[in-house]
Write a protein that binds this ligand. Sequence first.
Ligand code: NAI
Length: 552
Amino acid sequence: MDPQHASALPGPSGASLLRDASRSRGTAFSAEAREALGLQGLLPPAVETIEQQVARVMDNLRRQATDLDRYVYLAALHERSDVLFYRTVQQHLGETLPLIYTPTVGLACQMYGRIFQSPRGLYITAQDRGRIRQLLRHWPLHRQVRVIVVTDGSRILGLGDLGANGMGIPIGKLDLYTACGGIPPQACLPVLIDVGTDNAALREDPFYLGLRQPRITGDAYQALLDEFVTATQEVCPDALLQFEDFSNRHAFDLLQRYRQQLCCFNDDIQGTGAMGLAGVYAALRLTGGRLTDQRLLFVGAGEAALGIASMVTAAMQAQGLSEDQARSRCWLVDSKGLVIAARADLSDEKRVFAQAHAPLTDLHAVVAALRPSVLVGASGVPQLFTQAVLSELAHGQPRPLVLALSNPTSRSECTAQQAYDWTNGEAIFASGSPFPPVARDGRTLTPGQANNAYVFPGVGLGILVSGAARVSDAMFFAAAQALAARVTECELASGRIFPCQSRLREVAVAVAESVAEVAFAQGLARHDRPADLAAAIRATMYAPDYPPLTGG
Ligand code: NAI
């Protein structure tokens, strides 16, 4: 007998059941279930499979006029049915990922107050001091939360301070945690900490949904964050906390403050670090070069660039270089020019990578002087990689690696077409937001997507499976190795240094396995190591199927 028909089915019935996103099956309710649940007449006669429902969703999705419309359509689907949403996303990852995540999520955040339909996630504001525990307890099933992604909206992608509109980012990240990392939707909690916004235009936007005040800073900000972090430990004690899209004014300090106290990480620094190192490793598989011979130039010296530079330095040390030797192979440029020891305006994090050199502010001159083999854009400033810069790069290197990481597409340091055209097709190229393949000299060059979506879902899964009490740098190092190893020869041959997006779930399992192994090896795991770790990981992963309608 159909399991749907198996019991007396207490709980919501009839029309209310159809509106329950976690229980409704819509047209997939069997004839027997419709009788038992009092749904007769409330549904069209056809009884459909979930596959038919997914096909209809995709048909509708493709008929929407713009990607923002598609984002709104998928958000509304999520409101109607968790299972159908994740089933669709999982089955059509390559097509839906750019809609629920980078790049469309950037536009969605900019338009958040306008496209808003119904609330998702938890909002904690500067006015909630003293009652954050209570707010967390308002979250349904808060004891089941396993991953919290939190932002204060201060550096949303490369778009700057978007205040409360930044909620789109934790939501998008957690959608990937579920779709790729198999974390059940009810275990995911998106949080927006609203401390105001310094974006004056937003404060005057009639549709803005956040606090209309300048950001609070200093002790008041720190006290709010401290209370939030302490509250999460009490109310959601088994949750991993991921800091996301905090401006670098706070990001490094928050990470240092909490990383030894609880299970947390900063995705923009550590996740991006692992992703960037994986890109370099995979590119070396194409060129046959050695990591320790590379010279990297980072354009942008913020969270992403410093995260990758730290990870690359650690990897070079693991291959025999001293710390000084490894750091001397990483050069940074920020908005004021080359990061050199003589500069007095450097933060502690940047100073670590400051080297002796004459001051240079022009990027072309920097490339000509340093002759990097790897050029990484992490500035949030579009079109910094001009024809002159990329031609100069190719002039000095037979197969330079170009990573234009800035998101969304409008912020990319160059397009794929430009990267290939201006290096005579020699560049190995990947970008934070996707670009279509480029036809050149009778070849098709396919850019990879250099995005930390390849890292954080697997890292989170590995941490949860092992019950890791803390998140260590070694876990990200292992994640980078696992990710680079997952790129197939066929993908490499087409120009990709990251796997196809349709393989994100498989990548997440591999990353999770390597992260969990580190947790066991470092004594950070609170769970016993299963005999077959990969099988245990797969077994814990959420699958978007309609649950049996038994037991209420
Ligand atoms: P951040 O604000 O910490 O750092 C930005 C850096 O760019 C600063 O050092 C700033 O001085 C520098 N900069 C600004 N204008 C510049 C110019 N004209 N020339 C050279 N440097 C300049 O930001 P964060 O977190 O490092 O992110 C930067 C970008 O990287 C953003 O667009 C973000 O979306 C992207 N990103 C992409 C990721 C991916 O997975 N592809 C992951 C993390 C960040």
